[in-house]
Write a protein that binds this ligand. Structure first.
Ligand SMILES: [Zn+2]
Length: 107
């Protein structure tokens, strides 16, 4: 008989990485960014090992992250966008994108 002992992985509560991969010691200072940054993260991206959104969130003073696929389903993001004086979208290029961003709609 083979016994399997599964030890639960200890996760850092701050950077949310496995404790042996914790990045907190390298995130020393919070940058006082002048421009508010909002991140809309796809739900599938929350499990990514890289955790770039979390690192950015820990590194910048003014950064918020929303998880979802549609702005219309995220009322706090809608309020954040409505309160902003101007909003710029940074987004990776989509291969074979058929419509330009100017034709996208929030609802
Ligand atoms: Zn950590």
């Amino acid at each position: 008989m083979i016994e399997v002992c599964v030890m639960p992985r200890v996760i850092c509560p701050t950077c949310e990485r496995a404790i042996n991969n914790c990045l907190c010691q390298w995130i020393e200072a919070v940058i006082p960014n002048q421009v508010s940054l909002g991140i809309l993260q796809h739900p599938n991206e929350t499990k990514q090992v890289k955790g770039t959104a979390k690192i950015v969130q820990l590194s910048l003073r003014d950064c918020q992250t929303w998880v979802g696929e549609h702005v219309s389903e995220l009322p706090t993001l809608q309020h954040w966008l409505a309160d902003a004086q101007s909003v710029f979208l940074l987004y990776p290029k989509i291969a074979h994108q058929s419509e330009p961003f100017s034709e996208w709609h929030m609802a």
